[in-house]
Design a protein around this ligand. Sequence first.
Ligand code: GTP
Ligand code: MG
Length: 138
Amino acid sequence: LERTLSIIKPDATRRNLTGKINAKFEDAGLRIIAQKRIHLSPAQAGKFYEVHKDRPFYGELVEFMASEPVVVQVLEGENAIQKNRDVMGATNPANADAGTIRKDFALSVGENSVHGSDAPETAAEEIAFFFSGLELVG
Ligand code: GTP
Ligand code: MG
């Protein structure tokens, strides 16, 4: 089984959408094997999204991710990385398929409700960024 790092972003925690988003993960066969609510500092958010530091939206992204609490979680399942990205939908909710998290809940390309790892290497790095091995209960 594969594991991926998911973040329920501030626009979604603010609107009490954690349960509805988790239902979509579980309905797709993804098991939530670790989960915690945290409030990232700007420095922590900046480090997490360092890969995007040269993109024009980096400052806005970091400010948003540190604005209010997030729920970080590890999802486990068959092809969890791709399966999660399918459930999330396209980055811009205007382009997301019906039934996806971003189609149903996202507010904009920036405030798009969820993050998901995009490859096995980034998934491993991102899981280790937030969780110790003891916290992963598969
Ligand atoms: P993540 O799972 O969050 O990594 O989303 P993604 O892989 O679908 O998108 P990408 O990695 O390209 O961008 C990371 C995040 O930056 C997106 O989820 C958005 O929150 C934000 N982002 C991307 N493009 C834009 C943009 O044009 N404007 C703003 N404000 N934010 C953007
Ligand atoms: Mg990404």
